[in-house]
Ligand binder design. Sequence first.
Ligand code: ZN
Length: 219
Amino acid sequence: MNEIEGIVLYSLDYKEKSKIVYLYTPYGKESIRVLQAHNLKKGLLPFTTTLNVVRYIKSKQEFPTLIEFRLMDSFYDVTQSLEGVHSISFLLKVMERIPDDANHERIYPFVLKTLREFKKGNCRKAICVFLIKMLYVFGVGPEVKYCCKCKAKDISFFSVEEGVGYCLNCYPQENRFAKIWQEYYTEKKEIEEYMDTEYDALMEEIIRYYQIHTEMVLK
Ligand SMILES: [Zn+2]
């Protein structure tokens, strides 16, 4: 039988003593019935705890039941700081909305990497990079690789409303996060290598961008 790895998103009570656990896996979202989940002696608590990473075997039914699992990683500690709680709440809201036909095999490791950065204490930078990159998945990524008018690479103004960048020749004004949007969206590297910035203000822009372009309300 095949073992699958997944991240627990949330769980709901099901019938008297059981639960339904919703997970995100490299194959997309999945719901699994966990019989006797409320019976502590069964040791199933780690499978029902949000953000635990588990490897599991399920039954072959259309609505599968958990057969066995092992706990691989846990991000409970991240919730000990306010920053961690906020970052996790943003991450979960976005993950709930990942379209079924998205490229889960690529998204899954990125989510795990982001969670590991949270654990290292890089919550604010990691969640900003995560939210900006995930816009691609929703089909509303910002056009920031080049100036939207003349294709110059050096953009200095970013319009949240239009979702595009401008160079200084095409728009005679600068704003402070244009280069950050460009870097965070287009470059691939380790979290520490991304430029530091004022994360609170950047987050306000990101929240506004999501609201305008995806209608998601992150806050
Ligand atoms: Zn231009």
